[in-house]
Structure formats: structure tokens, C-alpha cells
Design a protein around this ligand. Structure first.
Ligand code: B3K
Ligand code: ZN
Length: 871
């Protein structure tokens, strides 16, 4: 690389010298030579400024005028153009040419199948025209699009359609106006031929909003669920947050080539088709949940993101953390709160804690960035949401909503900071968030250690807490955090102990060491700590098996029951890893097995909770329990424990399977979903021990299935236990679905997570499968992403074959789509806790990448941060 990419720092933020008030865009669309004319009105903000730099990359400049006159006083380089000696206010007309057909990056204007679409967040607009590509420049946009009528009958952009017409040569045009000023990252354009699902929504104040979902021709029967989810989102935001939609039309377009889930462009969301298209034949119940959550998420951005946006990209969590919190609440209000909570906590424990402990560690408001796309992370999004959730816990719903109301009224139409948000929540609620602000600036996962004592004579219970955050890759000094600790005390007889009239309470744990005293406690209690994961921390308390069994059975909070059940599994996993390392047999006492058995035998079983408990932690989740990760011993101990449990509980598992498997035609009710999920998990565990019988059951399950959830459950069970029927079922699925890449993604992911020793060879062979294309991000994530992030044992094979494979793929993707490459590299840079042999092999691949002469800055940032760990 000639010049190394440079980092930008939050501390260097400066408001723009010029702003833009209006922008009229004109697109003459051609697949490989689109002409973009941008008419922009500039107004000076900094009186000392005489020049202005506009971002622009991969553009061919055709013409440039200021106030209608040709202008030549400028300098262009590969990052943009500097207009020299410009007046205080002026009109710029700039014409550029771009090549969407040759653009595979998933940014700017590009082709997705036969359609043309845009992705501008974070910094993609600069691939469309020269502009002040930063979120604090808010302008009113109008967009005129001209294109061939046959290839592109639909021409869409933000806002309202204001005019359209026909031209010679089979061309037509449409003009759109967006009345709301917006930063350019919210701009969108889509051109293509689609089927459209139309509906409408009457807002709380009685306005009619047209709703339109555009899908590939022939896919209309897969759009209904998304439409329903959109209407539910609109209603929920009115009811829970008092926020109403503001335009007359809301459009969603599903495209097949998309780097992430979806994008909240004003009035015109562009979606990965994975999060729109769903019917019972093609989508699993989990896919439906994904559709609803992402539809909700993008809709909720209309207020938290669009009406109020970020001042600069370091503030990304302002909109993302808050909007993730909102979509999680939406899913929890409409579906099962505990299942949603468990799934969100798994993301934190399995991925965010690993990010905090790895080379890309950063606070939810990062301080330094090379490639912004690298910071759409589990930290900014999910830990960001946990931070909002803690504010919610500390304020309570009523005061939280008062804070939100103040935030919206204070900042509507502006580009603001995380600090502006926190101040509004403080002012609106009257609650001091002084120390709490550290969650925005401090990275790392606090470890809370709890010890306790009970004094029978004075009926007093004391809980001693310490908190410590280890130094992280980005930050050495750490301060105590304001940690809300939601606690419940349960008696050893299994009854909830009332403290001050309440069964649970939230402690404000703010010091490095702190003791909390509970009086009038009649017997020695068992503490349920961090109920509902009330703070994004790890916690340590020496529970006995008996105490955990009490919590599993009797904690009033369902999340606490699940947490205790997995704590018990983790406790023995740690013991058993040591035994495996000493080449001894693993241990799993009957008492522990019986604790799980009693759940399965419950007379009024909570099916959803049982299923979540039986979905024991993955290998990579278990890695989080260790300072030094012994890849093979963890895999071995986990397998042995699951086999032992499945063997001891096989009758109960079979019985639960038989009572809950689908017997009637498919329906999408909460109860039916819970039954399908539980039967699938039971089958998969049962398959570990009763292979012949499970083989028959899995085959029948597959053959009798009238829906994708059951079909996929049968395949998964066959895959996990490598049942005899696997090859036949996989071949059948392939022949049925190979025309449909989105459905085949499930099949690719299964093939890539096979425990068979030749899995990597299979993955390599499948890269030649007719449904696979490395240019399609969904396919790449399904096949290659699943192998590197979910097939832990084989990706980390001690011969380095998994690492070398990822190195090969990344070199290929570096040229095609660096954003996707940069997501895939994550498991290769998190090597700090692995053994020396693996570390050396991983480092060798990173060095190989660094030697690549044209390494994209996305990968450069991660590779160099990865290698910094060995300096
Ligand atoms: N805001 C977009 C993400 C854009 C990612 C750019 N690399 C989707 C979302 O969070 O809603
Ligand atoms: Zn978002």
C-alpha cells in the first residue's frame, strides 16, 4: 500500500464550513454509464472559509458550474474535489458519470439482479456525486430519474412523487420531492421491475399513509407478513412512544444483493430480501421473527435516526442503540418477552463480550475510526441498546417516556450527539445520569464478583460486590460504572423473600466495592443476580448446585431460571474441561441431571423456556468462560456433557418430542411456534443417543412437514447427529430449492456447520454449486460465514486449514466487496486466548493479508489491529 489509511478522531470534530440547503438530483440511468447532475445551494457557515472540500470517489467529472458559469478553480483527487475561492453563498451544478454495473461493493449506486439500487450509509453517497458527505449537513432533496421504460418501469426515490412523464426512445421519468431536510446517507434510489403489494395505514391523527412493498416478480405471496409487521410497527410506535409517521407514503423494496439487513432511507427503505420475503413454505419461525424485528427497526428509525440524526459517525449509537432498544421492546411487547431477552443476551455474551475482549474493542461511542463501516458493531448496536435499557431500568417507563418526549421536541430536525440524548433523558426525568455517562466512553466488560453472608440472629443479609473492568486493546484506565443490579432473594424452600414490600429491587452499584444490606430476611436466601441481564456485565457468585436448582425451579423471573440452568451447565463444563485435559472421564452428577429432568417433567411446562434451556451454549459461547481457550477440550467436554444428558433424559426427550411435534396443518400462533421449536430441539438432542430411532423420526419429520420450520428442524437434527438419512434429505432439499438462493442459504449454512471431518472440503466444493455466488453477500455469509463463525472446531482445526481457507476467501473478497470481507474476518483476529500453535497460524494469515498491495481500508484496519496484539 502506497499510503496507509489514516484514522479519524472524535476529538477533532469540526462543524462544516459550508452547509447545503437544497439539492436537486437528476439521474439519467444506464447500467454502465449513468449521468448524475447535482444542483446544490451552498451557504457559508464559517466566515473565514474560502474553499470547500466535497467528498467524491469512483466518479468521472463531466462538468462543473458555479452560479451558472463554467468554473475551473478547483483541485480533484481520488477522495474528492476542493472548490477554491468560493463566495459566501452559491449554486453549484456538477455533472458526473458512474458505472453501477461494475460496482460490487454494495455501496453507492449498484445493480442487484436486474434492478438498480443505492446504499449510502455510512459514506456511500460520495460514490454518486461530489457532496458534503457527512450527517450534519441537512438539505431538502428532489430527485428526477430518467430510464428505459421496459427495464425500469418503477423509478423510486425519497418522499412524495410529484411529477412523471414519457420521453422518446422508450424512456420515462419520475420526479420525487422529500419535504424533510436530511443528510445524504438517507438518500435512496431504486429502479426496476417489481410486483407490488399495496395497503394503507390510518395514523392515530387520522392521516392515510400508502404502504407499498416491492418484491421480485413472482414473490408477491411472500410479502404479506412484512406488510403486517409494518402496520404493527406503526401502531406500536404510536401507542408506546407517541410517535406518528410523517409522510403520505412508505415504501419498502426487497433486493437480493445487500450488505446488511436493511436501510432506513426516508420513505424508501431498501431491504435485504431475507428480511422481507417469508411464507410458511420458505421461511422458518425464526425467519418470521427476523422479518418483524427488522421491519420494525427500520420503521422506528424514522424518528430515532431520520427526524433526529447523528452529528457525526462517532455518535452512531445515538440512533442505533436507541433503535435496537425500540425494536427489542416491540418484539417483546408483541411476542415472548423472555425469549426475546434470552436471544438478545446471547448476542451480548457470545459476540459483544468477545469484541470487548478482542483487538477491535471500542466504547459504544468510538473515539477513533479508519473505516466507518467497521463500526456497525455488536458494541455500537447491542451494547448501545443495553445502555438505553439500563437508562430505562433506572428511570422506569414513565420517566423514560418523559425523557424521550423532551429529546424529540428539543432536537427534531437536527443532527445531535449522544450527550444531547443523555441530557434530555436527565432533564426530562429528573434522574442524575452523571456517572452513568461512562458507559458511552468506557469500553470493556465489567466483571462483578459477589459474596454474601447471612446472620440469623439479626435476620440480616449482606451482599458484598466488587466490580473491575480489565484493560482493553483500546483503553488501559478503567473507572467504576453505574451498574443497575436487579436482584431477587429466594428462600431455600423456594419462596420469594419480600424485601421492603417488593420481591425484587434494583440496586445502584456505583463503587469499586460496595455492600448492600437487607434486613428482616427470615432465612438464608439464594440471590438471583442480574435478573433480565440488568447490566452488560459478567458476574461471578459461587452458587452451589442446590442453589442453582432452587433458582431453576422457583425464581419468579423466567430469565433468571434460564440463566441459572445455563450457569449450572457452565459450572460443570469448566470442571469437565479440566478433566478432559487430564484425560479423565467427565462428571455430571445425578442431582444435576435431575434438575433438568424436573423441568422436562413439569406438569404445566413453559414450552418456550424449556426449549431455551435445552439449547445449551455453543462452543464459542463457552469460550467466554475461559482466560485460556483449549479449543479441543471445550469441544470434547461439551459433546460428552450433551451426550450424557441426552442419554439420561432420552425418555423424557422422546416424550416431549412426540407430544409437541406438528400434527395439524401449519399455523403461525405463539403456541404452535413454541411447540415446533421445542420438538426440533428435543429431536436433535435425542438423535445424539438413539441414532436409529432418531433417524426414522427425522426422516418422517422431514417427509410429513408442510412448513420450512419443521423441514429445517429435521435437517438440523440429522446434521448435528450425522444421522443416516442426512445425505438423502439434503439432496432432496437441494433439488427442490436450488432455483431459490434465499431458501438455499439455510442449506448452505447447514452444510457449513456439519461436524463431519471433511466439512471444509464440502464447503470448498459447494462454492461451485449453481446456487452459490461469492458476489452475493447472503450466499457468502451463509456458506463461508457459517463455517468460520459457527463451525468452531473445524475452522480452528489445528492444521490451520480453516485459517488458510478464510485467508484465500478474504483475498478474493477484498477486491469484490471489502465490507463483507471485513465482517468475515472477525474470528481470525480474536486469537489472544488461543494456544500458541493456533495463534501463529492465524497471525500468518493476517500477515499474508497485510502483504496484499491493495488491501481495502476495511480489512487494513482489522488486520493491523489484530496484529497489534502480538507487538
Ligand atoms: N443503518 C443501517 C446500517 C447501515 C450500515 C452501513 N454499513 C441499517 C440499520 O441499522 O437499520
Ligand atoms: Zn439501525
Amino acid at each position: 500500500m502506497e499510503q496507509q489509511p489514516q484514522a479519524k478522531h472524535l476529538k477533532d470534530y469540526q462543524s462544516p464550513d459550508y452547509t447545503i440547503t437544497t439539492l436537486a438530483l437528476d439521474f439519467q440511468l444506464e447500467d454502465s454509464a449513468t449521468i448524475v447532475t447535482a444542483n446544490t445551494h451552498f451557504v457559508r457557515q464559517n466566515q473565514a472559509a474560502e474553499q470547500v472540500f466535497l467528498n467524491g470517489e469512483h466518479l468521472t467529472l463531466l462538468d462543473l458550474k458555479i452560479n451558472g458559469q463554467a468554473y475551473t478553480d478547483y483541485q480533484v483527487n481520488e477522495l474528492g474535489i476542493t472548490l477554491l475561492n468560493v463566495p459566501a453563498e452559491f449554486d453549484l451544478e456538477i455533472q458526473t458519470q458512474i458505472d453501477p454495473q461494475a460496482n460490487f461493493s454494495g455501496e453507492g449506486l449498484y445493480k442487484s439482479g436486474d434492478a438498480l439500487c443505492t446504499q449510502c450509509e455510512a459514506e456511500g453517497f460520495r460514490r454518486i456525486t461530489y457532496y458534503l458527505d457527512r450527517p450534519d449537513v441537512l438539505a431538502k432533496f428532489s430527485t428526477k430519474i430518467t430510464a428505459d421504460k421496459t427495464s425500469y418501469p418503477f423509478l423510486l426515490s425519497n418522499g412524495n412523487k410529484v411529477a412523471h412523464g414519457e420521453l422518446a426512445d422508450n424512456k420515462h421519468w419520475v420526479e420525487w420531492q422529500d419535504p424533510f431536510p436530511k443528510p445524504c446517507y438517507l438518500f435512496a434510489l431504486v429502479a426496476g421491475d417489481f410486483d407490488v403489494l399495496k395497503d394503507s395505514y390510518k395514523t392515530v391523527s387520522g392521516r392515510n399513509v400508502a404502504l407499498e412493498i416491492f418484491v421480485d416478480k413472482g414473490n408477491l405471496d411472500r410479502a404479506d407478513y412484512a406488510m403486517g409487521a409494518l402496520k404493527r410497527s406503526m401502531e406500536w410506535d404510536e401507542q408506546r412512544f407517541g410517535l406518528e409517521y410523517d409522510l403520505d407514503i412508505y415504501m419498502i423494496v426487497a433486493v437480493d444483493f445487500f450488505n446488511m439487513g436493511a436501510m432506513e432511507n426516508k420513505g424508501l427503505n431498501v431491504f435485504n430480501s431475507k428480511f422481507v420475503l417469508a411464507n410458511s413454505k420458505t421461511a422458518t419461525d425464526a425467519d418470521y421473527d427476523g422479518v418483524e424485528a427488522v421491519i420494525g427497526h427500520e420503521y422506528f428509525h424514522n424518528w430515532t435516526g431520520n427526524r433526529i440524526t447523528c452529528r457525526d459517525w462517532f455518535q452512531l449509537s445515538l440512533k442505533e442503540g436507541l433503535t435496537v432498544f425500540r425494536d427489542q421492546e416491540f418484539s417483546s411487547d408483541l411476542g415472548s418477552r423472555v425469549v426475546n431477552r434470552i436471544n438478545n443476551v446471547k448476542i451480548m455474551r457470545n459476540h459483544q463480550f468477545a469484541e470487548d475482549a478482542g483487538p477491535m474493542s471500542h466504547p459504544i461511542r468510538p473515539e477513533s475510526v479508519i473505516e466507518m463501516n467497521n463500526f456497525y458493531t455488536v458494541t455500537v448496536y447491542n451494547k448501545g441498546s443495553e445502555v438505553i435499557r439500563m437508562i430505562h431500568t433506572l428511570l422506569g417507563e414513565e420517566k423514560f417516556q418523559a425523557g424521550m418526549k423532551l429529546y424529540v421536541s428539543r432536537f427534531d430536525g437536527q443532527a445531535v450527539t449522544c450527550e444531547d440524548f443523555v441530557k434530555a433523558m436527565e432533564d426530562g426525568s429528573g434522574v442524575d445520569l452523571g456517572q452513568f455517562r461512562r458507559w458511552y466512553s468506557q469500553s470493556g466488560t465489567p466483571l462483578v464478583t459477589a459474596t454474601d453472608e447471612y446472620d440469623q440472629a439479626s435476620q440480616t443479609y449482606r451482599l458484598h460486590l466488587t466490580q473491575k473492568t480489565e484493560a482493553t486493546a483500546d483503553q488501559t484506565e478503567k473507572q467504576p460504572q453505574h451498574i443497575p443490579l436487579d436482584i431477587e432473594l429466594v428462600s431455600e424452600a423456594g419462596e420469594s423473600i419480600l424485601v421492603g414490600g417488593a420481591a425484587s429491587q434494583v440496586l445502584n452499584f456505583t463503587q469499586a466495592e460496595q455492600t448492600f444490606e437487607f434486613t428482616d430476611v427470615a432465612s438464608k436466601p439464594v440471590p438471583a443476580l442480574f435478573r433480565d441481564f440488568s447490566a452488560p456485565v459478567k458476574y461471578q457468585y459461587d452458587y452451589t448446585d442446590q442453589q442453582l436448582a432452587i433458582l431453576i425451579k422457583t425464581a419468579t423471573n423466567a430469565f433468571a431460571r434460564w440463566d441459572a440452568a445455563h450457569n449450572l451447565f457452565n459450572k460443570y463444563l469448566i470442571t469437565n474441561v479440566a478433566l478432559v485435559q487430564q484425560q479423565q472421564a467427565i462428571e455430571l452428577p445425578d442431582f444435576v441431571i435431575d434438575a433438568y429432568r424436573s423441568l422436562l417433567l413439569d406438569e404445566t411446562p413453559d414450552l418456550a423456556l424449556i426449549a431455551e434451556i435445552l439449547a445449551f451454549p455453543s462452543q464459542s459461547a463457552l469460550w467466554q468462560l475461559f482466560e485460556q481457550v483449549d479449543v479441543d477440550a471445550i469441544a470434547q467436554a461439551r459433546k460428552a456433557m450433551l451426550d450424557t444428558l441426552a442419554g439420561a433424559l432420552s425418555d423424557e426427550l422422546l416424550c416431549l418430542y412426540l407430544t409437541n411435534r406438528s400434527q395439524s396443518p401449519y399455523e403461525l400462533t405463539q403456541q404452535a411456534v413454541e411447540k415446533r421449536n421445542l420438538s426440533g430441539i428435543c429431536l436433535s438432542l435425542y438423535g445424539r443417543v438413539a441414532t436409529e430411532h432418531a433417524n426414522e423420526l427425522a426422516k418422517a419429520h422431514y417427509e410429513q412437514s408442510d412448513n420450512m420450520t419443521d423441514t429445517f428442524a429435521a435437517l438440523s437434527a440429522a446434521n448435528v447427529a450425522q444421522l443416516d438419512c442426512l445425505a438423502e434429505l439434503m439432496a432432496d432439499f437441494d433439488s427442490k430449492w436450488r432455483h431459490d438462493g434465499l431458501v438455499m442459504d439455510k442449506w448452505f449454512a447447514l452444510a457449513a456447520t456439519s461436524p463431519a471431518p471433511d466439512c471444509l472440503e464440502q464447503v470448498k466444493a459447494l462454492m461451485e454449486h449453481p446456487s452459490f455466488s461469492i458476489k452475493n453477500p447472503n450466499r457468502t455469509r451463509s456458506l463461508i460465514g457459517s463455517f468460520v463463525s459457527a463451525n468452531t472446531a473445524l475452522f480452528h482445526a489445528i492444521d490451520g486449514s480453516g485459517y488458510a481457507f478464510l485467508g484465500d476467501v478474504l483475498l478474493q473478497l477484498n477486491k469484490i466487496n471489502p465490507q463483507v470481507a471485513s465482517r468475515l474476518i472477525t474470528p481470525l483476529i480474536q486469537f489472544k486466548r488461543l494456544d500458541a500453535t493456533r495463534q501463529a497460524l492465524m497471525v500468518a494469515q493476517l500477515q499474508r493479508l497485510l502483504a496484499e498491495p491493495e488491501l481495502a481500508k476495511d480489512l487494513y484496519e482489522k488486520v493491523t489491529r489484530g496484529l497489534d496484539q502480538i507487538k
